[in-house]
Design a protein around this ligand. Structure first.
Ligand SMILES: Nc1ncnc2c1ncn2[C@@H]1O[C@H](COP(=O)(O)OP(=O)(O)O)[C@@H](O)[C@H]1O
Ligand SMILES: N[C@@H](CCC(=O)OP(=O)(O)O)C(=O)O
Length: 368
């Protein structure tokens, strides 16, 4: 058997594989995935599992006649999560660990670093991290909402080499193969643009979330961090044999040749903005000048409430999203600076604290 040259991989398993009959967890497909994990580990590859399926696994514990409200789904997730963990754990003779996250955890830089440290420590000690969104505690504001995007954030946080999204289709087709008989499988995607998103439809199974759109979003997040991404069919045993032979059994998304640095990637793809500053001028004038930083006299307006260290959006006064950045000042202080740009106090403050946004804390966005 060929030795794969990955050091660390993230596997994402969709709900349809966990609970194919929508009647609790089933080992039918998970056994093959578990064997794949064991074989990867025996080749020295570190594996992180992102497992969906807590809602699907817990659904059978609640009356089918009752409406599936948000609170009902949260209860299903809480109950199904333990069933699912017990199922995974049964397959392995090495320990596994449960990590439940929300977007609120990932977008906070300190908590993000803490998650990274925990994952690295588990891997170092041979423990398999099994991750899922903490559905029971999420709110609209705090959730990632789908495990495709979550798995890409995890892959970036863990500095993985590959992300494998195991789903119920062979890969990305030019249109939804469950609705169109003439859909064609696309084996390789070199770059992701609007034409790729245009092919993606919604989930057609009763348990999936996001369909292909969220998988392409995940591929975009991962490949921009240099992580090769696959969408593959987890129902088929030959998928796993082919992967171990170094073949592509589905769709492969090639990584960017010049991946983003970890901190810039986090700011662009994981953190979301707590507020925004509007600056005068265009993309090139404001952000690619000699200093690469923004001073108070360039600020036209400040929107929202944010604290030092929060991620903010920098927008030009024509509406263009220029960059995401870490705020060196609170919104309260920035409002003062914007209103008193000529004051000696503002100048003194910036001389001692530094620019409003410094060059090292900024992630330029594509012109849009
Ligand atoms: N262009 C496409 N190519 C492949 N599948 C697609 C496409 N557009 C929509 N889909 C749908 O996406 C589904 C997979 O997404 P989803 O149900 O969310 O899976 P999972 O639970 O594995 O995340 C497929 O079963 C299919 O119905
Ligand atoms: N966190 C949810 C899964 C959400 C989700 O993205 O599901 P899926 O589209 O099946 O990967 C759960 O455990 O039920």
């Amino acid at each position: 058997m060929q030795k794969l040259n990955w050091r660390r991989i993230v596997l994402k398993v969709g709900s349809a594989l966990i609970a194919p009959d929508q009647d609790g967890c089933r080992s039918r497909y998970l056994l093959t995935i578990a064997q794949f994990i064991v074989r990867c580990r025996s080749q020295g590859i570190e594996v992180i599992l992102v497992s969906s399926g807590s809602v699907a696994a817990g659904a059978h514990l609640f009356p089918a006649t009752q409406e599936r409200t948000v609170k009902m789904k949260k209860a299903m997730a809480a109950a199904g999560q333990t069933e699912m963990m017990a199922m995974w754990d049964r397959f392995f003779d090495f320990p596994s660990a449960q990590i439940l996250l929300t977007h609120g955890d990932l977008r906070d830089r300190e908590r993000y670093q803490s998650i990274r440290e925990t994952v690295f420590t588990l891997l170092e000690h041979g423990v398999l991290p099994i991750m899922n969104e903490n559905d029971t505690v999420t709110t609209d504001d705090l959730k990632v909402g789908d495990n495709d995007n979550l798995s890409a954030m995890v892959a970036a946080a863990a500095d993985a080499d590959a992300l494998m999204i195991f789903s119920d289709v062979d890969g990305l087709y030019d249109k939804n193969p469950n609705l169109h008989d003439d859909a064609v499988l696309l084996p390789e995607i070199k770059s992701i643009d609007e034409s790729i998103y245009a092919m993606a439809g919604c989930a057609t199974s009763a348990v999936g979330t996001g369909g292909m759109k969220t998988k392409i979003e995940a591929a975009e997040k991962a490949t921009s961090h240099g992580i090769v991404t696959y969408i593959i069919n987890g129902f088929k045993e030959q998928t796993f044999t082919q992967l171990l032979e170094g073949k592509n059994p589905g769709t492969i998304f090639l990584p960017y040749e010049k991946p983003m640095q970890e901190a810039v990637h986090w700011m662009t793809h994981t953190a979301n903005e707590q507020g925004e500053v509007v600056v005068e001028g265009s993309y090139d004038e404001s952000l690619e000048g000699e200093t690469g930083c923004i001073r108070g006299d360039e600020i036209v307006a400040v929107h929202g409430e944010f604290a030092v260290g929060d991620t903010i959006l920098v927008r030009s006064n024509d509406g263009t999203r220029l960059a995401k950045a870490t705020a060196n000042y609170s919104s309260c202080l920035l409002n003062f600076i914007a209103d008193n740009e000529q004051s000696e106090f503002s100048d003194k403050m910036q001389d001692s604290i530094g620019p409003v946004i410094s060059e090292k804390d900024i992630a330029l966005l594509e012109k849009s």
